[in-house]
Design a protein around this ligand. Sequence first.
Ligand SMILES: C[S@@+](CC[C@H](N)C(=O)[O-])C[C@H]1O[C@@H](n2cnc3c(N)ncnc32)[C@H](O)[C@@H]1O
Length: 218
Amino acid sequence: MGAALATEFRSPSSSNGCLSWLAQRIMSKDNGFDSIAAVSEIANSKRFTKPVIVELGPGSGFSLRTMFDKESPLQPSRVYAIEISEVFRQQLTEDKELATHIESGKLSIHNDDAINLKFIPDNSVDLVFGFNVVYFLFPLDVYLKELNRILKPGGELQFCVKEEAKYMDKQVYANTDWEACLGKMENNGFENVEKTEIRFKYDGPISYSTLIGKKKSS
Ligand SMILES: C[S@@+](CC[C@H](N)C(=O)[O-])C[C@H]1O[C@@H](n2cnc3c(N)ncnc32)[C@H](O)[C@@H]1O
């Protein structure tokens, strides 16, 4: 796949009409089934009580809406959505379901690169979640240091990844060697790092696995 389309997958722009439209169509063709499943799995594990969550690259918001689902056991106290694409930010701010949470102050949408999240205090976040995002975080070590800073000791980092990413343009998809990513997590203050089994393994595009780690307690 060409670099121009890969770039639109990283962050759809308003200036690249057809390619941007195509990237968005492909990303939402399964109606977020995969990222909804990932958030539901976190919620149903009941590992978190009213967590503070940072979502990196929520895109059109399937996972965000699931986090705030009234029936979900997750019930976050605060969610920061970090979204560098203007096109996606517009979709998120116009979303009626998310509007209530923005108004209540529980959800904020930020036009910031995750390399510097200075508006989020040290040791204040329970979960950092990114679906189809880690590929683009280059240099990964610098991003991991910042994510480690904002997480509480014992807080969790979850990057959901797809095998197809390995076939994309390497200039844009910089991180697709999962073992290397886990190694970098370990080198940047995370422990118990692991890659989960592939979920929905035989279901093609919706299959994914998760790179998980916890911020070291000391
Ligand atoms: C392939 S889209 C994934 C969107 C959504 N999570 C999904 O799975 O449908 C990649 C997302 O990564 C985000 N992203 C890319 N580079 C980023 C960076 N440096 N900091 C924060 N987010 C970034 C973009 O904003 C975009 O929403």
